[in-house]
Design a binder for this molecule. Structure first.
Ligand SMILES: Cc1cc2nc3c(=O)[nH]c(=O)nc-3n(C[C@H](O)[C@H](O)[C@H](O)COP(=O)(O)OP(=O)(O)OC[C@H]3O[C@@H](n4cnc5c(N)ncnc54)[C@H](O)[C@@H]3O)c2cc1C
Length: 354
């Protein structure tokens, strides 16, 4: 782990702090390493550590980070979750300590128009989206929050973005549905980016997959971002994911230096869903199929992942597992407790909830 030299303490008092603590633990556990002991918990990634606890009506957070930008990002994350789980009063955290003046990470809002719709496999649809001034999405994270209209074909309005990186829609009815997706490709000069949508489920009610399923040239949506963190340098990458992580892994492989070593494991429905991926010469790519198991019940990726030999000096390796949240949680425990990998050398993330 990098040196977490900066520290800030936050306190907020509101009714229901214990309930919010439970929700916070349950939520963070889906995404990052979390250890809990009664009314205290610790969540950590390679760049930050958050200790949080509650007593009576007071919620306390001690955040540690390696640099200003990570400190601001972690505080912003804590406040937005407190607000989400406990309402406005829970978000009014009184912070003391380091990095109180650092600038928040730069994120941008853009309204985009669908200009291309192409099925790249039976279950994956690529939408090309066009908009102005996309350079900000070409660095600082490969993911985006998609802001999708409730009504097919409707436009997404213009929010007010507050200092705390929060979007407020002047008309409550305009508030869009938010889902996280990966920028598969971006061409700043052409003003386009591509997003690959898994067409999961069969109905139109899922905001993300439903938008892609119905998409036609001229449809509108908005994006906010970029979001995501940098992958640390390593001699050897082990990358495993299902179709929701395929755009991220495909992009990582394309952008790796030619001498990089990568072992890649991908789960898809069946052989028709495999894609040919551009990758460095030292990459091996293996596909596992879940058919006839449906995605929520599939054990194919996790079983194949656990059979991989992940040994050797921790500083040489970086491991990514990204798939259904419960599988990601189990794999996180396996990497930490069974293999003893330090938290800075892996990311096991829930990309969707069954
Ligand atoms: C960092 C990040 C990057 C991501 N990038 C991509 C990407 O590039 N492309 C992509 O397709 N997805 C991606 N995802 C996953 C995507 O955000 C989720 O699958 C999301 O739930 C889709 O929203 P929805 O509106 O279609 O379905 P929701 O409304 O969220 O869910 C509706 C129903 O569908 C089920 N469901 C959701 N996802 C799946 C799935 N994958 N398989 C089976 N059932 C599912 C849910 O359990 C629920 O019952 C990413 C997620 C993260 C966190």
């Amino acid at each position: 782990m990098s040196d977490l030299a900066l520290s800030a303490t936050g306190r907020v008092t509101f009714p229901g702090a214990g309930d919010v603590f439970e929700k916070m633990c349950a939520h963070l556990e889906e995404h990052i390493d979390l250890r809990r002991d009664g009314s205290t918990a610790r969540a950590e990634t390679a760049d930050v550590r958050i200790d949080f606890s509650w007593r009576r009506e007071t919620f306390e957070i001690v955040a540690r980070a390696a640099d200003d930008a990570s400190m601001v990002a972690v505080r912003e994350m804590v406040v937005s979750h407190l607000r989400e789980f406990g309402g406005e009063a829970a978000g009014k955290v009184d912070w003391t300590g380091a990095a109180l003046t650092a600038a928040a990470p730069k994120r941008s809002y853009r309204r985009l128009t669908v200009t291309g719709v192409a099925d790249i496999t039976p279950h994956m649809r690529r939408l090309t989206l066009a908009g102005d001034d996309l350079a900000v999405f070409a660095r600082g994270g490969v993911h985006l929050r998609l802001l999708l209209p409730h009504t097919p074909g409707a436009d997404v309005g213009e929010p007010v973005i507050t200092d705390a990186d929060r979007m407020i829609w002047p008309q409550e009815a305009e508030q869009p549905q938010v889902r996280v997706y990966t920028i598969r490709r971006i061409d700043v000069a052409a003003g386009t980016l591509a997003i690959d949508f898994l067409l999961h489920g069969e109905d139109d009610h899922c905001p993300g997959a439903g938008f892609a399923r119905r998409a036609r040239a001229g449809d509108r949506l908005a994006v906010y971002g970029p979001v995501g963190r940098d992958v640390p340098p390593a001699r050897r990458y082990v990358l495993a994911g299902d179709e929701t992580a395929l755009p991220m892994i495909a992009r990582m492989l394309e952008e790796m230096p030619a001498e990089a070593r990568a072992e890649v494991l991908l789960e898809c429905d069946g052989p028709d869903d495999e894609l040919v991926l551009a990758a460095p010469g030292n990459a091996t790519i293996r596909w596992v199929h879940r058919r006839p198991a449906p995605a929520p019940a599939s054990a194919a990726l996790e079983a194949a992942f656990r059979a991989l030999p992940i040994a050797g000096p921790a500083e040489d390796i970086y491991v990514i597992f990204a798939a259904e949240a419960a599988a990601a949680r189990r794999v996180r425990g396996y990497l930490r407790a069974d293999l003893g990998l330090p938290v800075a050398r892996y990311m096991s993330a829930g990309f969707w909830d069954a």
